[in-house]
Ligand binder design. Structure first.
Ligand code: 3HC
Length: 316
């Protein structure tokens, strides 16, 4: 085949895939908790039009107040302590990119990307996405910020076409500070949808990594067994909590020790992940063995920082 013909074929193929690449302008984030509000914030700071959705005005107010505090830290860091007018202009611009709503179907009716960050319950997530699938345009990309549920299973209640536009988009806490996003690629995800999510992640200042739809993806698959092993040291009485944390901070350069981090992530979340993996049966038994210390703390309602007590006590 002549070189010019070949070049034309390649050009045509490229322009057809470029046509399919979804340009994301507007984003709807469902869930105004710590993760949801963090995702709203980083998208708004990066000039996306963002709608933050939750079921009550109180939840939305809470999300707005998390953003207001965090964005001040970001602005100070970006412009320096003394440049208060630049800080304020940055904050005002980002905040003006955010609208709030308690009406999810209307919010997604003209949006390019939906990111869900609600409770880690498969039935709740599936019901939500089933409803959103009817309300959103056919080319809207759906993503879940799930940390522990299979993305393929969450997507099951949507149409086959939507499933090919449905990925995991896993951010890390605190979202404005952590630079990683895991993009979870299911077996049916279209390449161009994956590419759109790569572009979106980069535009929000994050570094995306690609992973398959397997338990824990990359980070939690490594991090959760490590934190569980710290609880098992406590179970056996081999070391005290403070010493375990100091050891990993000073001996392994971790920003937080494993038990501090577990309190930060939430002990209920830790237990939910480990119990879910044990039930799924896809991970070696030794890694999903429960910890009595963790189970007792969760049983007492000591869920970590958010509840005022976990492995450690936190003054209000
Ligand atoms: N909003 C905006 N910026 C924030 C922030 C927030 N909520 N929290 C921290 N930052 C920024 C600060 O501005 C600061 O920036 P600078 O160093 O460039 O000035 C930087 O982050 C460090 O913050 P601090 O100095 O206040 O405090 P530390 O140095 O103690 O860092 C930390 C805090 C970033 C939370 C650090 O301790 C850390 O990295 N901890 C580990 C967190 C981690 O592993 N997260 C992942 C958990 S797993 C997960 O989320 C997955 C889920 O599915 C379970």
């Amino acid at each position: 085949m002549r070189a010019s013909v070949m070049a034309n074929i390649q050009k045509a193929a490229f322009s057809s895939s470029a046509r399919q690449l979804k340009h994301i302008n507007s984003v709807t984030v469902i869930g105004a908790g710590l993760m949801g509000s963090g995702i709203v914030q980083v998208a708004a700071q990066s000039n996306y039009n963002v709608t933050m959705v939750d079921t009550s005005d109180a939840a939305l107010k809470n999300g707005q107040s998390i953003i207001a505090k965090s964005i001040k830290r970001v602005a100070k860091k970006k412009f320096g302590e003394e440049n208060t007018s630049e800080q304020q202009a940055f904050i005002d611009k980002a905040m003006s990119n955010i609208t709030v709503s308690t009406d999810a179907p209307t919010a997604v009716s003209a949006t390019d990307l939906v990111v869900e960050a609600i409770v880690e319950n498969i039935d709740t997530k599936q019901a939500l996405f089933k409803a959103l699938d009817q309300a959103a345009p056919s080319d809207t990309i759906f993503a879940s910020n799930t940390s522990s549920l299979p993305v393929t299973l969450i997507a099951e209640t949507t149409s086959a076409d939507r499933q090919s536009r449905f990925a995991g988009l896993h951010f890390f806490n605190p979202v404005p500070a952590m630079k990683l996003v895991e993009i979870v690629r299911t077996d049916v995800l279209k390449d161009e949808v994956y590419e759109s999510l790569v572009t979106f992640s980069r535009n929000t200042g994050k570094t995306p990594v690609e992973c398959k739809d397997t338990p824990g993806f990359i980070v939690n698959r490594l991090l959760v067994p490590y934190m569980m092993e710290a609880f098992r040291i406590l179970d056996r009485g081999d070391a005290k909590a403070k010493d375990i944390d100091v050891a990993m901070k000073l001996g392994a350069g971790m920003p937080m020790g494993p038990l501090e981090l577990a309190d930060f992530v939430g002990l209920d979340t830790m237990k939910f992940i480990i119990d879910g993996w044990a039930k799924e049966g896809k991970i070696e038994e030794a890694l999903v063995t429960p910890s009595k210390t963790l189970d007792d703390l969760v049983g007492q309602g000591k869920l970590g920082r958010k509840s005022g007590a976990g492995v450690y006590e936190y003054s209000k």
